[in-house]
Design a protein around this ligand. Structure first.
Ligand SMILES: *Cc1c(COP(=O)(O)O)cnc(C)c1O
Length: 413
């Protein structure tokens, strides 16, 4: 018998993920297909990394053109894509300087290093004592320092000793934040919407209050817009909804157009200027291929079209989700083309729901417990979105109809 790729993965791949038993072989726009020709609507979009869909023609063309010319120099030499990329991303963000990296967590690490250095060199915090205020329920990636201030037990357990210098306050609680500042505070790190936590929206006015408190305490406001930024919420940045401009944007995911890893820290010169040659770097950071794709991503965002689509489709998303509340769903949160859906825990887990959805041709991902996130490509057709939401309603109904005893077992048929 032939060994399948999934079996090989099972035996020879580390088990740090638990994917749905679907093997995707092809993607186009918002649609995927597997090795047996089944089609699936992508309701995850690689956690927003595929905001522009699978193989967007303009992005693929930019990558192709660059592939035929130059892919990597390291930062030891100049290349002709980096300068324009930095200038264009600065302009998009209304900032002065860009520091490109690769993965999101690397960009968060970079922002933390910059914040600590700024805290010492500019704010005058004694060297080695700078602290950063973070939020309960945060997700900023997987490095040791970043999981050090996570409160997700699974993500954090047994990785100690942990990096010190972080203080956590409840997300959305401006009073707790106000009380957490002291002379060592260099920065506040916040997700404008907590994606991994289940698309948790802060109370209205909260981000503006974070902004105000950071100014009052001479601390940097660092907005992790890796998942919330670049069109997902209907605006270029989720902070835009409150007209808040943080000191530092951390970007990733969609910045690489679903083709390459590309992340960035974006800020003004008085902040990023604390870095000097040799004080930070990355072999692949800002490489020609990634920045060529990134430039095309910025061009797409400059048209405002992805943001407008996300805003326009919010209504369709709400219309599909809100009627489910009280009928198997206990909570729904929507911003732009992004939603968190809380299944009634008595009906099953988020995983159960995702498996029922996959059987109906829609791929999505559970977050915590009985919650699920919906984040389709921003390029999705309205009727496809509506169809996917009908499948979701059916899937919830299927779970509700199961006898309670069978609710502990599931799996794709
Ligand atoms: C995904 C994510 C990260 C980590 O990005 P990776 O590319 O997986 O390292 C960090 N912050 C937020 C808000 C994210 O959603």
């Amino acid at each position: 018998m032939n060994v399948t790729p999934i079996q090989l993965e099972d035996v020879h791949g580390a088990h740090n993920y638990h994917p749905l038993p679907v093997m995707v072989t092809h993607g186009e726009g918002a649609w995927l297909s597997d090795d047996e020709g089944h089609r699936y609507l992508d309701f995850l979009a690689a956690y927003s990394a595929l905001n522009f869909g699978h193989r967007h023609p303009a992005l693929v063309a930019a990558a192709r053109e660059q592939l035929d010319r130059l892919t990597l120099t390291s930062r030891a030499f100049h290349h002709d894509q980096l300068g324009p990329f930095c200038a264009e991303l600065s302009a998009l963000a209304g900032k002065e300087v860009v520091l490109p990296m690769n993965s999101g967590t690397e960009a968060v690490e970079t922002a933390l290093k910059v914040a600590r250095r700024w805290g010492h060199e500019v704010k005058g915090i004694p060297d080695g004592t700078a602290s950063v205020i973070v939020m309960g329920g945060n997700f900023h990636g997987r490095t040791i320092s970043v999981v050090s201030f996570s409160d997700d037990h699974v993500a954090k357990a047994h990785y100690g000793p942990y990096t010190p210098g972080f203080r956590s306050v409840p997300y959305g609680d401006a009073e707790a934040l106000a009380a957490a500042f002291d002379d060592t505070t260099a920065a506040v790190l916040v997700e404008p919407v907590q994606g991994e936590a289940g698309v948790i929206l802060p109370p209205p006015g909260y981000l503006a209050e974070v902004r105000r408190l950071c100014v009052a305490h001479d601390a940097l406001m660092v907005a992790d817009e890796i998942q919330s930024g670049l069109g997902r919420t209907g605006r270029t940045f989720a902070c835009d909804h409150e007209s808040v401009v943080p000191d530092v944007y951390v970007l990733g995911k969609a910045l690489g157009g679903g083709i390459v890893p590309l992340s960035a820290v974006v800020a003004d010169r008085d902040v990023l200027g604390v870095l000097t040659p040799g004080s930070h770097g990355s072999t692949f950071g800002g490489n020609p291929l990634a920045t060529a794709v990134g430039r095309e991503v910025i061009r797409l965002l400059e048209t405002g079209e992805p943001q407008r689509r996300a805003a326009a489709l919010e209504g369709t998303l709400r219309a599909g989700l809100e009627p489910l509340v009280g009928r198997g769903v206990v909570g729904v949160r929507v911003r732009g083309l992004w939603a968190g859906v809380d299944l009634d825990p008595a009906l099953g887990t988020g995983r159960d729901l995702c498996e029922a959805l996959a059987r109906r041709g829609v791929l999505a991902k559970d977050t915590h417990g009985s919650s699920m996130r919906i984040s389709p490509p921003l390029t999705i057709e309205e009727q496809d979105l509506a169809w996917g939401l009908e499948q979701l309603a059916d899937a919830v109904e299927e779970l509700a109809a199961r006898p309670p005893l069978s609710r502990t077992q599931s799996g794709l048929a």
